[in-house]
Ligand binder design. Structure first.
Ligand code: SAM
Ligand code: SF4
Length: 322
């Protein structure tokens, strides 16, 4: 079992399969993708090897992320590799929703159970100005297609000052839409300290509004993500709040990250990744990768240092997928 010095257990792996993205979200890649397109991202055999090692150490859930994972042509094969790994019970994917409607059936057939689609605003013009793409109607059609396929759908919305109707419009939508909406507090990254200062608002204010309106807390599962979730009898959808700046956020940490170039990130905001790619090679026994992961986990810090403005080596979240 993957367990750190503080007794935290790690049931959940976030696997980035590319850092390339076609969107230009204001809080992430406002100038678009600037990396080298010839980067060599993890291959399917390396991914299989990695998933086998993590599953042998107790990982039950894998989230495939990026950059934009939908840009990888072999994404269905990656999903299928995850779904076929003994021990992995949930295969999730985070996407910006680009071409979702035409792709979701194939992803579902490959074994996808859970989909997170990022939609920061239900206003098409606002969505366009945040992401650089006038694609909200298309993405909402993709989301309907995912629900029709029977995939469990969550929507990620970054909570931002300056979007006054964000909560009200999503609440309206959740009355009849059976998805979990997760508001994520803007996190400070190396590239965007000014954006953070101008736009960060605490999820605690939303939590107080929800509780006052009769929303109730949902019990957390052991492979659950970082969100505090709420439900309300009058709404088909649920709301989750991801509040990395709240006290004790790190004490329930149950997830590890692998970057698209094979680095283990013990925290989203650690100083850098630890190279484990040499142990991901198919000719190396998976037990060697397991031993390496177990040894490196001893270095996991008790908490991030975001409160002191220390964002670690993370320049933006497209690098390791948020
Ligand atoms: N491209 C995919 C997408 O946008 O869903 C997957 C990768 S993206 C980095 C994963 C999540 O991180 C998205 O929901 C995005 O909104 C969120 N994110 C990116 N930068 C962020 C920041 N600075 N603060 C909070 N959330 C952020
Ligand atoms: Fe791309 Fe996702 Fe970053 Fe937006 S949040 S720029 S879609 S990686």
């Amino acid at each position: 079992m993957l367990e750190d010095a503080m007794g935290r257990r790690f049931y959940y792996l976030r696997l980035s399969v590319t850092d390339v993205c076609n969107f230009r979200c204001t809080y992430c890649l406002p100038d678009g993708y600037q990396g080298k397109p010839d980067q060599s991202f993890l291959t399917l055999p390396e991914i299989r090897q990695t998933l086998t090692a993590f599953a042998a150490l107790g990982t039950e859930k894998v989230r495939i992320t990026g950059g934009e994972p939908g840009l990888r042509r072999d994404l269905p094969e990656i999903i299928s590799a995850a779904a076929q790994t003994p021990g992995i019970r949930t295969v999730a994917l985070t996407t910006n929703g680009y071409r979702l409607a035409e792709r979701i059936a194939r992803w579902r057939q490959a074994g996808l159970n859970q989909l997170n689609v990022s939609i920061d605003s239900l206003d098409p013009a606002e969505f366009h100005s945040i992401t650089g793409h006038n694609r909200l109607p298309e993405i909402l059609r993709g989301l309907e297609a995912a629900l029709a396929e029977g995939v469990s759908v969550k929507v990620n919305a970054v909570l931002m000052r300056g979007l006054p109707d964000q909560l009200a419009s999503f609440l309206d939508w959740l009355k009849t839409t059976p998805v979990t909406l997760r508001f994520i507090e803007v996190m400070e990254t190396g590239d965007h300290p000014a954006f953070f200062r101008e736009h960060h608002i605490s999820g605690q204010t939303v939590k107080q509004q929800l509780l006052a309106a009769g929303w109730q807390a949902v019990q957390r599962r052991r492979d659950a993500g970082p969100a505090e979730e709420f439900w309300h009898p009058d709404y088909q959808g649920r709301i989750g709040l991801i509040m990395p700046y709240s006290q004790d956020f790190c004490s329930s940490c149950n997830r590890l990250r692998i970057s698209s170039t094979g680095k283990l990130h013990l925290c989203l905001f650690s100083d850098g990744g630890l190279d484990v790619r040499p142990w991901m090679q198919p000719h190396v026994a998976t037990t060697e990768l397991q031993d390496r992961l177990t040894a490196l986990l001893r270095h996991k810090a008790p908490s991030h240092l975001l409160h002191d403005g220390q964002t670690g080596g993370t320049q933006n979240l497209s690098i390791i997928g948020g």
